[in-house]
Design a protein around this ligand. Structure first.
Ligand code: GDP
Ligand code: IMO
Ligand code: MG
Length: 424
């Protein structure tokens, strides 16, 4: 298996958690490289459902080392809550390690996330309000506080005081909000420090040694390609790098240490939050997909916007992440739709657009060009072999391969660990 990167190839929520859990059964190490608890990864294993936001989905496998890499922004209260939940359900968290360089989310980040969204008014981004953007802003501004700082009491107190003083000015004077109390934050976070100390280390060394020893390592993507700060639908993006390139900076490995890049997609498209979505459906088929596919956010509970499969964006993900194969999840959700559409390009006036445009203004002028395919009837959740899928479902998968210029390696026919078809 060697080293595999698994990323979202649409706007997130493609079912990455499920795929990581399946692949983690052969992995010795699972690593998160970026994002924070804006992610929500649902895993259904042993008849139970787990919703994980920060802990790598490999945690359900007792022998897998789970790493939260340097590129992740960690909200310690949320992480400890998640670890408590796992322990209460009999899952050992002893195999977790957190990189000492990972930046920490503070209450002022969450406050500023909410206030800046209000200030944007109608042009708000629709963030998860978990403080992700403001935490990455501090990182880039070089005032962020890291896990290694939290482990150093005096330094930590000094850094929090300086940050709170400045943030309170912004909260109060710029946004007219109510400032926060530095001492309360210090007390709360020093409490977290005691509980987190045993997990914090230099994970880049662990990872290097694991790869050198030929261990199977999985990199668990969060968010999706179109939410990437550089390559996504800016500014309607997250503040980190969900594409495969983000894995190197976010975990401290070099590109030559990656063997495979797997993109996860849904058999249709969803998006939660605001921003362009060319194939969005506003009719009863969209509602049908939302209800049948339970398309409600794992993190915020918001209804997900639903639409047809867009081959332009998946091809874009194949290109920008060097994907070696893709997993197509949730094909079961499309059952009983008579005619299924795939977007094969965009029409802008008289022009045919085949590559995803960088400018949102240009994208707004684009109309999807659809190809229509016959659907299939009945439930396919029990099928485990590719040849047993309905003919039209196979045609749909093969069309996706052709249009996106990539091999489909796995197909998801349900949320369960076993509801999975290996192709080829
Ligand atoms: P992630 O953020 O990419 O890990 O995806 P989420 O967990 O946010 O959303 C994916 C949802 O789809 C979860 O509720 C999964 O349990 C579910 N799911 C994953 N694969 C399949 C599938 O093949 N079929 C169906 N019906 N549900 C799936
Ligand atoms: P997983 O890992 C879907 C979206 C938010 C919003 C935008 C910016 O579960 O696929 P942020 O809070 O990150 O500043 O919000 O990004 N977003 C996601 N959408 N799945 C996710 O993660 C997401 N993480 C962030 O809805 O539009
Ligand atoms: Mg999710």
């Amino acid at each position: 298996m060697a080293t595999k990167v698994v990323i979202g190839a649409q706007w997130g929520d493609e079912g990455k958690g499920k795929i990581i859990d399946i692949l983690a059964q052969q992995a010795e190490v699972v690593v998160r490289s970026q994002g924070g608890n804006n992610a929500g990864h649902t895993v259904e294993a042993n008849g139970q459902q787990y919703k994980l936001h920060l802990t790598p989905s490999g945690i359900l496998n007792p022998n897998t080392l789970c790493i939260i890499g340097n590129g992740v922004v960690v909200d310690p209260g949320i992480l400890l809550g998640e670890l408590d939940m796992l322990q209460a359900r009999g899952v050992s968290t002893d195999n977790l390690k957190i990189d000492a360089r990972a930046h920490i989310i503070f209450p002022y980040h969450r406050e500023l996330d909410g206030l800046s969204e209000i200030a944007r008014g109608k042009s708000d981004i629709g963030t998860t309000k978990k403080g992700i953007g403001p935490a990455y802003m501090d990182k880039a501004e070089r005032s962020g506080i890291r896990m290694c700082d939290l482990m150093n009491r005096e330094l930590f107190i000094e850094k929090v005081k300086a940050n709170v003083e400045l943030k309170n000015k912004i909260i109060e004077k710029v946004y007219g909000g109510t400032g926060l109390n530095a001492d309360d934050i210090i007390e709360e976070y020093l409490g977290y420090a005691k509980k987190l100390r045993k997990y914090v280390t230099d994970t880049t060394v662990l990872l290097y040694e694991a790869i050198k020893a030929g261990k199977n390592v999985l990199f668990e993507g969060a968010q999706g390609t179109l939410l990437d700060l550089d390559l996504g639908t800016y500014p309607y993006v997250t503040s980190s790098h969900p594409i495969s390139g983000g894995v190197c900076v976010g975990t401290g490995i070099g590109p030559t240490m990656i063997d495979e890049c797997i993109g996860v997609v849904k058999a249709y498209t969803t998006r939660v939050g605001k921003g362009p979505f060319p194939t969005e459906l506003f009719d009863e088929i969209g509602d049908q997909i939302r209800e049948k596919g339970h398309e409600y956010g794992t993190t915020t509970g918001r209804p997900r916007r639903c639409g047809w499969f867009d081959a332009v964006i998946v091809k874009y993900a194949v290109r920008t992440s060097g994907l070696t194969s893709i997993v197509v999840n949730k094909i079961d959700t499309l059952g009983d739709i008579k005619k299924i559409k795939i977007c094969v390009g965009y029409r802008k006036g008289n022009e045919i657009i085949k590559e995803f445009p960088p400018s949102l203004e240009e994208l707004e002028l684009c109309e999807p060009i659809y190809e229509e395919m016959d659907g299939w009837e009945g439930d396919i959740g029990h099928i485990r072999r590719y040849e047993d899928l309905p003919e039209n479902a196979k045609k749909y998968i093969e069309r996706i391969e052709k249009l996106c210029d990539v091999r489909v390696g796995m197909i998801g026919v349900g949320p369960g660990r076993d509801q999975n078809i290996i192709k080829d």
